[in-house]
Design a protein around this ligand. Sequence first.
Ligand code: HEC
Ligand code: HEC
Ligand code: HEC
Length: 189
Amino acid sequence: MAIKHGIAERLLAVCVGLCIVQATLAVEPVSRTAPHWLPLAQDELHDPAVSALNLLQNPSEALSKFPRDVAGNQVDWVKALEKGYIRPHVSIRSNTQIKVLDLDVLRRNTGEMDMVLFPHKQHTEWLACSNCHEELFKSKAGATKFGMFDILNGEYCGRCHGAVAFPLTECKRCHNVPLSPIAIPAQAQ
Ligand code: HEC
Ligand code: HEC
Ligand code: HEC
């Protein structure tokens, strides 16, 4: 009984968390249609009294030529990299080699939501293995136990998504593989 009660509480917490995320989406409809980059002097992060602010490009100038996204800072950074709009330095040390791994991991524990295909390729173009292994994720598909509740709490995928990578309101970018009632039990064996 105690265990069941615990699960019910967890699910409730996930639902409340997701409602908050969805509510945030609902009050920001403008951000999903047109870019709305504030000038640095008005973004309430930079001090408008500092004259050196003029040395920085405003986001509307710096970001408007990049492939558009509807969320976060409204740039699709994966596309920007793929299409060659940006070519970031791998490291401040000139001899660093990057290791891009083209390996997808399907996470199926998504209830009634579409499943999550985690792409290594798009991550290892920016990140070294040690950012995620073995502390955050085990190097074995399905071995790391976590759910949406943990992610909304800023753990696992939520360490970066919602912080430096696209936000958690973009459910479909992660929940991107349709549930197939026939395929799941067959593949799960
Ligand atoms: C952004 C985070 C992240 C980075 C960076 C990353 N991985 Fe992973 N890796 C994961 C996740 C998430 C899983 C799935 C873990 C799970 O399901 O429990 C995984 C799983 C794996 C697996 C198991 C695959 C399987 O089918 O069992 C291997 C092997 C692996 N990673 C190797 C690497 C290597 C090598 C690198 C660097 C080139 C790397 N990973 C970089 C997140 C990452
Ligand atoms: C950054 C990627 C990412 C985003 C964005 C994301 N999810 Fe998830 N979600 C996951 C992963 C990974 C799991 C766990 C899958 C597993 O363990 O096999 C998960 C699990 C879930 C589950 C299963 C129940 C649970 O407690 O784990 C639900 C329901 C869910 N997500 C709903 C949502 C909704 C609704 C949104 C948008 C508001 C969303 N997710 C956004 C990655 C994401
Ligand atoms: C260490 C940081 C980090 C972690 C942890 C992380 N991501 Fe990401 N993820 C990124 C970055 C950086 C990008 C590229 C920038 C962007 O899209 O915002 C990205 C991009 C993605 C993309 C977009 C790929 C594309 O083709 O557009 C998906 C899907 C994704 N992540 C899913 C996940 C899931 C699911 C997890 C957890 C299992 C996860 N990520 C964990 C940093 C991370």
